[in-house]
Design a protein around this ligand. Structure first.
Ligand code: CU
Length: 325
């Protein structure tokens, strides 16, 4: 059994997808597809058998002209044993394979590469071992990867169809999953748990890098402050540092004021004074959010003191300037 399965696994690991299923790009995808198809065709078979017999019996034993009530037969032990034992064996087999598969998916290999995942309304953040955070999932090919996942707010669910991977992401606890991608490329990554208004925006990519390229990508991406124009780096920081959760860029107030048109704008502060927004005010707002609180808002912004570098603040300021033009 083990041998046959591993043979099938080896020869069918990859597929480019067909009418029923998306491409197959992880080592365990074939087992999942096999189990899925088995249950699907088994259900189709029994559906046809049961409905077919029902229709046939309806016609064959219909009420006829002159026919009166018939004595009903008692029961048929042989028939009852057959229709009890066969389905029982089938569901035991499904449970057995399903449980083994579940255990295989739940226990990551020891040497798996760990990536931390945060789900939040409404995006994914992937945090790599060196501290770099990205909005897409990047992984090396042919290497087990473990995702340690949690949520900042409501229940989300990480779903990568090509890897046959789906797992809920729940606030206040960690869920882990793992996979081993079998081919370089870009695959869709969704949220599969309806989590609110912009649920459908929680879509990004799982990028599988060819051998040796992942490390290069990570080093390059981690250096984005040095490599990108400051306003672009600032936009990235706005997204990955959580500012976007409280500050919109479309003019609508959220937990915090919008960033649209903020630079150079006159802001009313709690206590009745006003201030014209410049670089120093923004810097202060990030490092000492409670020094000057905007009128009409709660002082709930966390301080970024000690958690953000000067170059990062500069980049954010450059980005905010672009929102005023
Ligand atoms: Cu979601």
């Amino acid at each position: 059994m083990e041998f046959i399965l591993s043979f099938v696994t080896q020869s069918l690991v990859q597929s480019d997808g067909d009418f029923w299923l998306p491409p197959r790009r992880s080592t365990y995808a074939v087992e999942i597809d096999w189990m899925f198809s088995f249950i699907l065709y088994l259900s189709a078979f029994f559906f046809a058998l049961i409905v077919g017999l029902m229709v046939w019996f309806c016609i064959r034993y219909r009420a006829r002209e002159g026919g009166g009530p018939q004595p009903s037969p008692s029961h048929n032990l042989k028939l009852e044993l057959v229709w009890t034992i066969i389905p029982l064996l089938l569901v035991i087999a499904i449970f057995y394979e399903g449980f083994r598969g579940f255990m295989r998916l739940s226990v990551p290999p020891q040497n798996a590469y760990n990536i931390n995942v945060t789900g939040q309304k409404w995006k994914w953040l992937f945090s790599y071992p060196n501290g770099y955070v990205d909005e897409a999932l990047h992984v090396p090919v042919d290497r087990p990867v473990r995702l340690t996942m949690t949520s900042e707010d409501v229940i989300h669910s990480l779903y990568i169809p090509a890897f046959r991977l789906k797992k809920d992401v729940v606030p206040g606890r960690y869920h882990t999953v793992w996979f081993n991608a079998t081919a370089a490329g870009e695959y869709d990554l969704f949220c599969a748990e309806f989590c609110g208004k912009d649920h459908s925006n929680m879509i990004t990519k799982a990028v599988v890098h060819p051998p040796g390229e992942f490390e290069k990508w990570l080093e390059d991406a981690s250096n984005f402050l040095a490599k990108m124009p400051p306003h672009e780096a600032g936009e990235k920081l706005y997204k990955v540092r959580g500012c976007a959760q409280c500050h919109s860029i479309d003019g609508k107030a959220n937990t915090g004021p919008t960033f649209k048109g903020l630079m150079g704008h006159e802001v009313a502060l709690k206590g009745g004074t006003t201030i014209v927004v410049d670089e120093n005010y923004i810097r202060e707002s990030i490092l000492e959010p409670n020094a000057k609180v905007v009128a009409g808002f709660q002082p709930v912004m966390p301080t970024f003191k000690g958690r953000i570098k000067d170059e990062e603040i500069t980049a954010i300021i450059e980005y905010l300037k672009t929102l005023t033009e």
